[in-house]
Design a protein around this ligand. Sequence first.
Ligand code: PMV
Length: 325
Amino acid sequence: MSRSTARAHANIALVKYWGKRDIALNLPGAGSLSMTLQGLDTTTTVEWGATPTDELHVGGEDAGPGPLAKALPVLDAIRARAGMTEAARVESANSFPTGAGLASSASGLAALTVAAAQAAGLDLAPSELSAIARIGSGSASRSIFGGYVEWLAGVEPDGSDSYAVPVFDAAHWDLRVVVAVVDAGKKAVGSTRGMEHTRQTSPYHRAYLAEVDTDLREAKAAIAARDLAALGRVAERSCLRMHADMMAADPALIYLKPASWEVIGVVRALQERGVAAFFTADAGPNIKVFCLPEAVAAVRAALLDCRVVRRLIGAAPGGPAVIVD
Ligand code: PMV
């Protein structure tokens, strides 16, 4: 078969990945942990040999050089594994509104990896697919798996031990995520550049990396015990330490906007009212709030009341990346 379609979900990091030990291979300075998000999905079709050069279309339009440059290392890795030279035609679509300021690289590169491997006739283990997705985008390594997922930092220079592993499946714990979109713009500084700038200039970066193993241990214990307060504490701290690390770079890297802080204030106010809801944010201004299903209505109402919130997007624990055609 030379044509396949796969679907993968985005993920939200509860223990953040920020900083690389190898840029070309996307090897992280520390591990990370995420929840896979049903509701933020990418469906991707790969066809080998249909075009003279690699082509990437997203939502029916030519994606341009930036996204193609991220897809190329994945396509090259698949070509090398399969011993083939054909070009790939890639057609990708996101279920979530594009231009909502939500990263699509994790779901996009995970779906691309699974579809490209299948269409090339490769039968790879999920950990191998994860390592290939990783070289497209680090966080994509986690979107190969469903539920709660850890990406192992690894120690090998060739990256052979840096891939994601499933920790608990989606059915283990029904956490909900409400994304509060406050700014739909494209980020000014991409994550690779931002990470490298932070690594080179932030005096906090060593301290940030040194805490990650503790965060991973505590987050996994909290998920095992389904202890939301404990998970919320670790996730908020991991998020704020990542942002503190970036803000300590020279010049400072600031992704959070006044609107982001306003939403964080809303979440804190919910907590003071006894609603167990916690926040996290990635390399952008939008805030992701997580809580139990019974708290979703209160969380949505509080966020909709906040004048800086433009739209809400809901997500639940999602399954692994799969072939759909
Ligand atoms: O994999 P990238 O290059 O999209 O980097 C993701 C970085 C964060 O979203 C900020 C953190 C994370 O662990 O997902």
